[in-house]
Design a protein around this ligand. Sequence first.
Ligand code: SF4
Ligand code: SF4
Length: 427
Amino acid sequence: MFSRPADSLADTPLAQETRDLLRNCVHCGFCLPACPTYRVTGSELDSPRGRIYLIKEMLEHGRATETARSHLDRCLTCRACETACPSGVQYGRLADLGRELIERQPPSPRAAGTRFVRFALARVATRRALFTPLVRIGQAARPLLPAALKAMLPPPQVTDRNPLAWPAPRRARRMAVLAGCVQPGLAPQINAAAARVLDRLGISLVVARDVGCCGAMEHHLGRTAAALDQVRRNVAASERLLDEGYESIVSTASGCGTFARDYGHALRHDEPAVAARGARVGAATRDLCEVIDPAALERVVGEARQARDDPRGLLDGVRVAWQAPCSLQHGQRSSAVGKVEALLRAAGCELVPTRNPTLCCGSAGTYSILQPDLARELRSRKLDSLLGDRPQVIATANIGCLEHLRQASPVPVRHWIEIVDSILAAR
Ligand code: SF4
Ligand code: SF4
Protein backbone atom coordinates (compact mmCIF):
# COMPACT_ATOMS: atom_id res chain seq x y z
CA MET A 1 0.00 0.00 0.00
CA PHE A 2 1.67 3.21 -1.17
CA SER A 3 1.35 6.33 0.96
CA ARG A 4 2.81 9.83 0.92
CA PRO A 5 3.11 11.39 4.39
CA ALA A 6 1.75 14.93 4.85
CA ASP A 7 4.39 17.67 4.68
CA SER A 8 3.93 18.36 8.39
CA LEU A 9 5.05 14.78 9.18
CA ALA A 10 7.27 13.85 6.24
CA ASP A 11 10.69 13.82 7.90
CA THR A 12 9.71 12.36 11.23
CA PRO A 13 10.72 8.80 12.17
CA LEU A 14 7.05 8.23 13.04
CA ALA A 15 5.96 9.02 9.46
CA GLN A 16 8.76 7.04 7.86
CA GLU A 17 8.14 3.93 9.97
CA THR A 18 4.41 4.10 9.36
CA ARG A 19 4.90 4.47 5.61
CA ASP A 20 7.33 1.51 5.54
CA LEU A 21 5.00 -0.75 7.49
CA LEU A 22 2.01 0.21 5.31
CA ARG A 23 3.92 -0.87 2.21
CA ASN A 24 3.48 -4.59 2.92
CA CYS A 25 -0.31 -4.53 2.93
CA VAL A 26 -1.81 -5.63 -0.40
CA HIS A 27 -5.40 -5.14 0.83
CA CYS A 28 -6.26 -8.78 0.17
CA GLY A 29 -8.60 -9.01 3.18
CA PHE A 30 -7.39 -12.45 4.34
CA CYS A 31 -7.10 -10.98 7.83
CA LEU A 32 -10.78 -10.02 8.10
CA PRO A 33 -12.23 -13.37 9.27
CA ALA A 34 -9.52 -13.60 11.96
CA CYS A 35 -10.42 -10.23 13.49
CA PRO A 36 -12.63 -10.49 16.60
CA THR A 37 -14.09 -6.99 16.30
CA TYR A 38 -14.94 -7.51 12.62
CA ARG A 39 -16.61 -10.78 13.54
CA VAL A 40 -18.80 -8.99 16.08
CA THR A 41 -19.68 -5.79 14.20
CA GLY A 42 -19.25 -6.82 10.54
CA SER A 43 -17.93 -3.33 9.80
CA GLU A 44 -14.90 -2.93 7.54
CA LEU A 45 -13.71 -0.08 9.80
CA ASP A 46 -13.54 -2.56 12.68
CA SER A 47 -11.30 -4.85 10.61
CA PRO A 48 -7.50 -4.77 10.27
CA ARG A 49 -7.70 -3.65 6.63
CA GLY A 50 -10.13 -0.87 7.51
CA ARG A 51 -7.91 0.31 10.37
CA ILE A 52 -4.86 0.22 8.11
CA TYR A 53 -6.69 2.54 5.70
CA LEU A 54 -7.54 4.86 8.59
CA ILE A 55 -3.87 4.99 9.63
CA LYS A 56 -2.85 5.69 6.01
CA GLU A 57 -5.38 8.52 5.88
CA MET A 58 -4.02 10.06 9.10
CA LEU A 59 -0.49 9.84 7.75
CA GLU A 60 -1.40 11.51 4.47
CA HIS A 61 -3.54 14.26 5.99
CA GLY A 62 -1.26 14.85 8.97
CA ARG A 63 -4.12 14.82 11.47
CA ALA A 64 -6.32 12.36 13.29
CA THR A 65 -10.09 12.05 12.94
CA GLU A 66 -12.77 10.95 15.43
CA THR A 67 -13.47 7.95 13.18
CA ALA A 68 -9.84 6.81 13.22
CA ARG A 69 -9.61 7.22 16.98
CA SER A 70 -12.81 5.36 17.76
CA HIS A 71 -11.99 2.40 15.48
CA LEU A 72 -8.40 2.16 16.75
CA ASP A 73 -9.74 2.34 20.31
CA ARG A 74 -11.94 -0.64 19.45
CA CYS A 75 -8.95 -2.68 18.26
CA LEU A 76 -7.83 -5.23 20.87
CA THR A 77 -4.25 -5.34 19.53
CA CYS A 78 -4.69 -9.10 19.74
CA ARG A 79 -2.61 -9.49 16.55
CA ALA A 80 -4.72 -12.36 15.22
CA CYS A 81 -4.55 -10.45 11.93
CA GLU A 82 -0.75 -10.81 11.88
CA THR A 83 -0.99 -14.58 12.16
CA ALA A 84 -3.54 -14.62 9.31
CA CYS A 85 -1.74 -12.16 7.02
CA PRO A 86 0.12 -13.80 4.11
CA SER A 87 2.15 -10.63 3.46
CA GLY A 88 3.73 -10.36 6.89
CA VAL A 89 2.13 -7.03 7.80
CA GLN A 90 3.24 -6.05 11.31
CA TYR A 91 -0.15 -4.76 12.29
CA GLY A 92 0.63 -4.46 16.02
CA ARG A 93 3.46 -2.00 15.36
CA LEU A 94 1.32 -0.15 12.83
CA ALA A 95 -1.50 0.22 15.35
CA ASP A 96 0.98 1.55 17.94
CA LEU A 97 2.18 4.18 15.45
CA GLY A 98 -1.42 5.03 14.56
CA ARG A 99 -2.18 5.59 18.25
CA GLU A 100 0.90 7.77 18.56
CA LEU A 101 -0.30 9.86 15.61
CA ILE A 102 -3.64 10.29 17.37
CA GLU A 103 -2.08 11.26 20.70
CA ARG A 104 0.14 13.83 18.96
CA GLN A 105 -2.77 15.57 17.36
CA PRO A 106 -6.05 14.40 18.87
CA PRO A 107 -9.18 15.31 16.93
CA SER A 108 -10.79 16.61 20.16
CA PRO A 109 -10.36 16.04 23.90
CA ARG A 110 -11.80 12.74 25.10
CA ALA A 111 -14.86 12.91 27.39
CA ALA A 112 -13.95 13.83 30.98
CA GLY A 113 -15.06 10.42 32.34
CA THR A 114 -12.93 8.54 29.79
CA ARG A 115 -9.95 10.77 30.53
CA PHE A 116 -10.28 10.04 34.23
CA VAL A 117 -10.49 6.26 33.72
CA ARG A 118 -7.48 6.29 31.38
CA PHE A 119 -5.53 8.41 33.86
CA ALA A 120 -6.43 6.11 36.77
CA LEU A 121 -5.44 3.02 34.79
CA ALA A 122 -2.13 4.56 33.84
CA ARG A 123 -1.27 5.96 37.27
CA VAL A 124 -2.77 3.41 39.67
CA ALA A 125 -2.96 0.03 37.95
CA THR A 126 0.67 0.25 36.85
CA ARG A 127 1.97 0.80 40.40
CA ARG A 128 1.77 -2.34 42.47
CA ALA A 129 2.58 -0.46 45.69
CA LEU A 130 -0.68 1.43 45.18
CA PHE A 131 -2.78 -1.17 43.40
CA THR A 132 -2.21 -4.12 45.76
CA PRO A 133 -3.34 -2.28 48.95
CA LEU A 134 -6.40 -0.99 47.07
CA VAL A 135 -7.32 -4.56 46.09
CA ARG A 136 -6.89 -5.74 49.70
CA ILE A 137 -9.10 -2.90 50.99
CA GLY A 138 -11.68 -3.75 48.32
CA GLN A 139 -11.61 -7.44 49.29
CA ALA A 140 -12.10 -6.55 52.97
CA ALA A 141 -15.01 -4.23 52.13
CA ARG A 142 -16.49 -6.59 49.52
CA PRO A 143 -20.04 -6.76 51.02
CA LEU A 144 -20.32 -2.98 50.82
CA LEU A 145 -19.21 -2.64 47.21
CA PRO A 146 -21.51 -2.17 44.20
CA ALA A 147 -22.02 -5.39 42.21
CA ALA A 148 -19.91 -4.28 39.22
CA LEU A 149 -16.89 -3.53 41.39
CA LYS A 150 -17.40 -6.66 43.47
CA ALA A 151 -17.29 -8.80 40.32
CA MET A 152 -13.92 -7.33 39.42
CA LEU A 153 -12.29 -8.37 42.69
CA PRO A 154 -11.20 -11.99 42.99
CA PRO A 155 -12.51 -13.68 46.14
CA PRO A 156 -9.83 -14.79 48.64
CA GLN A 157 -8.54 -18.31 47.87
CA VAL A 158 -9.78 -21.12 50.13
CA THR A 159 -7.17 -23.88 50.25
CA ASP A 160 -5.70 -26.29 52.76
CA ARG A 161 -2.14 -25.02 52.21
CA ASN A 162 -0.48 -21.65 51.95
CA PRO A 163 -0.80 -20.63 48.29
CA LEU A 164 1.95 -18.05 48.78
CA ALA A 165 4.58 -20.43 50.21
CA TRP A 166 7.79 -19.73 48.31
CA PRO A 167 10.76 -22.14 48.43
CA ALA A 168 14.12 -20.81 49.63
CA PRO A 169 16.59 -20.08 46.81
CA ARG A 170 18.80 -23.18 47.04
CA ARG A 171 19.40 -24.32 43.46
CA ALA A 172 22.44 -23.67 41.29
CA ARG A 173 20.20 -22.66 38.36
CA ARG A 174 18.52 -19.30 39.05
CA MET A 175 15.89 -17.32 37.22
CA ALA A 176 14.13 -14.05 38.07
CA VAL A 177 10.40 -13.59 37.62
CA LEU A 178 8.63 -10.35 36.69
CA ALA A 179 6.30 -9.42 39.54
CA GLY A 180 4.20 -7.24 37.23
CA CYS A 181 1.77 -4.54 38.30
CA VAL A 182 -1.73 -5.96 38.85
CA GLN A 183 -0.85 -9.64 39.29
CA PRO A 184 0.61 -9.35 42.83
CA GLY A 185 -2.68 -7.75 43.93
CA LEU A 186 -5.11 -9.97 42.03
CA ALA A 187 -3.34 -13.33 41.96
CA PRO A 188 -0.11 -13.46 44.02
CA GLN A 189 -0.38 -17.25 44.13
CA ILE A 190 0.66 -17.57 40.46
CA ASN A 191 4.33 -16.65 40.88
CA ALA A 192 4.52 -18.67 44.12
CA ALA A 193 3.17 -21.72 42.25
CA ALA A 194 5.77 -21.14 39.51
CA ALA A 195 8.53 -20.97 42.13
CA ARG A 196 7.41 -24.27 43.72
CA VAL A 197 7.21 -26.12 40.39
CA LEU A 198 10.57 -24.78 39.20
CA ASP A 199 12.15 -25.67 42.54
CA ARG A 200 11.13 -29.29 41.98
CA LEU A 201 12.78 -29.07 38.58
CA GLY A 202 16.06 -27.81 40.03
CA ILE A 203 15.63 -24.09 39.36
CA SER A 204 15.31 -21.35 41.99
CA LEU A 205 12.98 -18.53 41.05
CA VAL A 206 13.25 -15.15 42.76
CA VAL A 207 11.27 -11.98 42.18
CA ALA A 208 13.15 -9.67 39.81
CA ARG A 209 14.13 -6.85 42.17
CA ASP A 210 13.63 -3.24 41.10
CA VAL A 211 11.69 -4.32 37.99
CA GLY A 212 8.24 -2.72 37.88
CA CYS A 213 5.31 -2.78 35.48
CA CYS A 214 6.51 -3.90 32.03
CA GLY A 215 5.27 -0.63 30.50
CA ALA A 216 2.72 -2.17 28.13
CA MET A 217 -0.31 -0.60 29.80
CA GLU A 218 0.93 2.98 29.50
CA HIS A 219 2.22 2.28 26.00
CA HIS A 220 -1.18 1.01 24.82
CA LEU A 221 -2.86 4.01 26.46
CA GLY A 222 -0.74 6.27 24.25
CA ARG A 223 1.52 7.47 27.11
CA THR A 224 4.65 6.66 25.14
CA ALA A 225 7.18 8.81 27.04
CA ALA A 226 6.12 7.45 30.45
CA ALA A 227 6.13 3.87 29.10
CA LEU A 228 9.65 4.27 27.72
CA ASP A 229 10.94 5.68 31.02
CA GLN A 230 9.59 2.57 32.71
CA VAL A 231 11.19 0.35 30.06
CA ARG A 232 14.59 2.01 30.63
CA ARG A 233 14.34 1.44 34.40
CA ASN A 234 13.39 -2.20 33.86
CA VAL A 235 16.22 -2.75 31.39
CA ALA A 236 18.78 -1.37 33.87
CA ALA A 237 17.43 -3.55 36.71
CA SER A 238 17.17 -6.67 34.52
CA GLU A 239 20.69 -6.23 33.21
CA ARG A 240 22.01 -6.25 36.77
CA LEU A 241 20.27 -9.59 37.34
CA LEU A 242 21.66 -11.06 34.13
CA ASP A 243 25.14 -9.87 35.11
CA GLU A 244 24.71 -11.63 38.45
CA GLY A 245 24.16 -14.90 36.63
CA TYR A 246 20.37 -15.24 36.46
CA GLU A 247 19.66 -17.33 33.35
CA SER A 248 16.42 -15.71 32.27
CA ILE A 249 13.86 -13.09 33.15
CA VAL A 250 10.68 -15.15 33.38
CA SER A 251 7.19 -13.85 32.75
CA THR A 252 4.09 -15.61 34.06
CA ALA A 253 1.81 -13.09 32.29
CA SER A 254 2.09 -13.54 28.54
CA GLY A 255 0.92 -9.98 27.82
CA CYS A 256 3.81 -8.52 29.84
CA GLY A 257 6.28 -11.02 28.39
CA THR A 258 5.33 -10.09 24.83
CA PHE A 259 6.04 -6.43 25.51
CA ALA A 260 9.26 -7.10 27.47
CA ARG A 261 10.63 -9.28 24.69
CA ASP A 262 10.34 -6.26 22.43
CA TYR A 263 12.32 -3.85 24.65
CA GLY A 264 15.02 -3.51 21.97
CA HIS A 265 12.42 -2.29 19.50
CA ALA A 266 10.78 -0.02 22.08
CA LEU A 267 14.13 1.73 22.67
CA ARG A 268 15.10 1.91 18.97
CA HIS A 269 15.19 5.72 18.99
CA ASP A 270 17.54 5.85 22.01
CA GLU A 271 21.34 5.73 21.77
CA PRO A 272 22.42 2.47 20.02
CA ALA A 273 24.03 1.22 23.25
CA VAL A 274 20.76 1.68 25.15
CA ALA A 275 18.75 -0.03 22.40
CA ALA A 276 21.27 -2.91 22.48
CA ARG A 277 20.79 -3.28 26.24
CA GLY A 278 17.03 -3.38 25.67
CA ALA A 279 17.53 -6.08 23.05
CA ARG A 280 19.71 -8.09 25.45
CA VAL A 281 17.02 -8.03 28.13
CA GLY A 282 14.32 -8.79 25.54
CA ALA A 283 16.30 -11.81 24.32
CA ALA A 284 16.70 -13.09 27.91
CA THR A 285 12.97 -12.78 28.64
CA ARG A 286 11.04 -16.05 28.50
CA ASP A 287 7.47 -17.05 29.05
CA LEU A 288 7.23 -19.57 31.88
CA CYS A 289 6.15 -22.30 29.45
CA GLU A 290 9.48 -22.00 27.64
CA VAL A 291 11.68 -22.68 30.64
CA ILE A 292 10.05 -25.98 31.65
CA ASP A 293 10.90 -29.14 29.76
CA PRO A 294 7.80 -31.38 29.42
CA ALA A 295 9.89 -34.56 29.79
CA ALA A 296 11.40 -33.26 33.05
CA LEU A 297 7.95 -32.31 34.33
CA GLU A 298 6.57 -35.75 33.45
CA ARG A 299 9.44 -37.35 35.37
CA VAL A 300 8.82 -35.20 38.45
CA VAL A 301 5.09 -35.95 38.35
CA GLY A 302 5.86 -39.68 38.04
CA GLU A 303 8.25 -39.55 41.02
CA ALA A 304 5.69 -37.67 43.08
CA ARG A 305 3.07 -40.26 42.21
CA GLN A 306 5.34 -43.10 43.33
CA ALA A 307 6.11 -41.27 46.55
CA ARG A 308 2.39 -40.93 47.20
CA ASP A 309 1.76 -44.60 46.32
CA ASP A 310 -0.67 -43.69 43.55
CA PRO A 311 0.29 -46.29 40.94
CA ARG A 312 -3.15 -46.23 39.37
CA GLY A 313 -2.90 -42.51 38.73
CA LEU A 314 -6.14 -41.78 40.55
CA LEU A 315 -5.43 -38.10 40.37
CA ASP A 316 -4.86 -38.12 36.61
CA GLY A 317 -7.20 -36.75 34.07
CA VAL A 318 -8.23 -33.29 35.26
CA ARG A 319 -10.29 -32.08 32.29
CA VAL A 320 -8.79 -28.78 31.22
CA ALA A 321 -9.88 -26.34 28.50
CA TRP A 322 -6.82 -24.39 27.37
CA GLN A 323 -7.38 -20.74 26.53
CA ALA A 324 -4.31 -19.57 24.62
CA PRO A 325 -3.94 -15.81 25.26
CA CYS A 326 -3.49 -13.79 22.08
CA SER A 327 -0.20 -12.48 23.45
CA LEU A 328 1.08 -16.06 23.55
CA GLN A 329 -0.38 -17.43 20.32
CA HIS A 330 0.06 -14.33 18.14
CA GLY A 331 2.54 -12.15 20.05
CA GLN A 332 5.07 -14.88 20.94
CA ARG A 333 3.95 -17.46 18.43
CA SER A 334 7.30 -18.78 17.20
CA SER A 335 8.56 -19.63 20.65
CA ALA A 336 5.49 -20.50 22.70
CA VAL A 337 2.82 -22.19 20.58
CA GLY A 338 1.95 -25.69 21.76
CA LYS A 339 4.20 -25.51 24.83
CA VAL A 340 1.55 -25.12 27.53
CA GLU A 341 -0.56 -27.92 26.06
CA ALA A 342 2.51 -30.21 26.15
CA LEU A 343 3.17 -29.30 29.79
CA LEU A 344 -0.42 -29.83 30.89
CA ARG A 345 -0.41 -33.26 29.22
CA ALA A 346 2.93 -34.06 30.86
CA ALA A 347 1.33 -33.26 34.21
CA GLY A 348 -1.45 -35.80 33.49
CA CYS A 349 -4.24 -33.40 32.46
CA GLU A 350 -6.78 -34.25 29.80
CA LEU A 351 -7.12 -31.38 27.35
CA VAL A 352 -10.67 -31.04 26.07
CA PRO A 353 -11.21 -29.82 22.51
CA THR A 354 -12.23 -26.19 22.14
CA ARG A 355 -13.75 -24.36 19.19
CA ASN A 356 -12.36 -21.12 17.79
CA PRO A 357 -9.03 -21.39 19.63
CA THR A 358 -7.74 -18.16 18.03
CA LEU A 359 -10.67 -16.00 19.17
CA CYS A 360 -9.72 -13.25 21.64
CA CYS A 361 -11.53 -13.38 25.01
CA GLY A 362 -11.97 -9.58 25.02
CA SER A 363 -9.67 -8.80 27.94
CA ALA A 364 -6.73 -7.18 26.11
CA GLY A 365 -5.16 -5.22 28.97
CA THR A 366 -7.37 -2.24 29.70
CA TYR A 367 -9.79 -3.03 26.86
CA SER A 368 -12.38 -4.78 29.04
CA ILE A 369 -12.68 -1.57 31.08
CA LEU A 370 -12.56 0.92 28.21
CA GLN A 371 -14.73 -1.06 25.74
CA PRO A 372 -17.01 -3.07 28.06
CA ASP A 373 -19.74 -3.97 25.55
CA LEU A 374 -17.46 -5.51 22.93
CA ALA A 375 -15.38 -7.14 25.67
CA ARG A 376 -18.47 -8.79 27.20
CA GLU A 377 -19.67 -10.07 23.82
CA LEU A 378 -16.25 -11.55 23.04
CA ARG A 379 -16.06 -13.14 26.48
CA SER A 380 -19.40 -14.78 26.04
CA ARG A 381 -18.35 -16.19 22.65
CA LYS A 382 -15.04 -17.37 24.09
CA LEU A 383 -16.68 -19.11 27.04
CA ASP A 384 -19.10 -20.87 24.70
CA SER A 385 -16.17 -22.20 22.73
CA LEU A 386 -14.23 -23.26 25.85
CA LEU A 387 -17.06 -24.92 27.74
CA GLY A 388 -18.49 -27.07 24.93
CA ASP A 389 -16.83 -30.27 26.16
CA ARG A 390 -17.51 -29.71 29.85
CA PRO A 391 -14.03 -29.01 31.29
CA GLN A 392 -13.51 -28.93 35.06
CA VAL A 393 -11.24 -25.93 34.80
CA ILE A 394 -10.11 -23.36 32.23
CA ALA A 395 -6.35 -22.79 32.00
CA THR A 396 -4.75 -19.62 30.73
CA ALA A 397 -1.36 -17.89 30.82
CA ASN A 398 -2.23 -14.24 31.31
CA ILE A 399 -3.65 -12.43 34.32
CA GLY A 400 -5.87 -10.17 32.18
CA CYS A 401 -7.59 -13.10 30.44
CA LEU A 402 -7.85 -14.97 33.74
CA GLU A 403 -9.63 -12.13 35.54
CA HIS A 404 -11.89 -11.26 32.60
CA LEU A 405 -13.02 -14.87 32.02
CA ARG A 406 -13.32 -15.62 35.75
CA GLN A 407 -16.01 -12.97 36.14
CA ALA A 408 -18.43 -14.90 33.90
CA SER A 409 -17.21 -18.50 33.93
CA PRO A 410 -19.21 -21.25 35.65
CA VAL A 411 -15.98 -23.25 36.16
CA PRO A 412 -12.76 -22.05 37.82
CA VAL A 413 -10.23 -20.20 35.65
CA ARG A 414 -6.59 -20.69 36.65
CA HIS A 415 -3.13 -19.97 35.42
CA TRP A 416 -1.86 -23.29 34.01
CA ILE A 417 1.06 -23.33 36.50
CA GLU A 418 -1.44 -23.33 39.39
CA ILE A 419 -3.00 -26.49 37.95
CA VAL A 420 0.41 -28.17 37.56
CA ASP A 421 1.40 -27.09 41.08
CA SER A 422 -1.80 -28.44 42.63
CA ILE A 423 -1.36 -31.77 40.79
CA LEU A 424 2.17 -32.04 42.20
CA ALA A 425 0.98 -31.10 45.68
CA ALA A 426 -1.88 -33.60 45.59
CA ARG A 427 0.42 -36.52 44.86
S1 SF4 B 1 -3.05 -6.85 6.60
FE1 SF4 B 1 -2.36 -8.63 5.40
S2 SF4 B 1 -4.16 -9.94 5.22
FE2 SF4 B 1 -4.89 -7.91 5.86
S3 SF4 B 1 -5.41 -6.85 3.96
FE3 SF4 B 1 -3.27 -6.29 4.42
S4 SF4 B 1 -2.03 -7.81 3.35
FE4 SF4 B 1 -4.12 -8.63 3.38
S1 SF4 C 1 -5.24 -6.64 16.39
FE1 SF4 C 1 -7.03 -7.97 16.65
S2 SF4 C 1 -8.78 -6.57 16.90
FE2 SF4 C 1 -7.07 -5.35 16.08
S3 SF4 C 1 -7.35 -5.42 13.87
FE3 SF4 C 1 -5.96 -7.13 14.35
S4 SF4 C 1 -7.30 -8.91 14.63
FE4 SF4 C 1 -8.61 -7.06 14.71
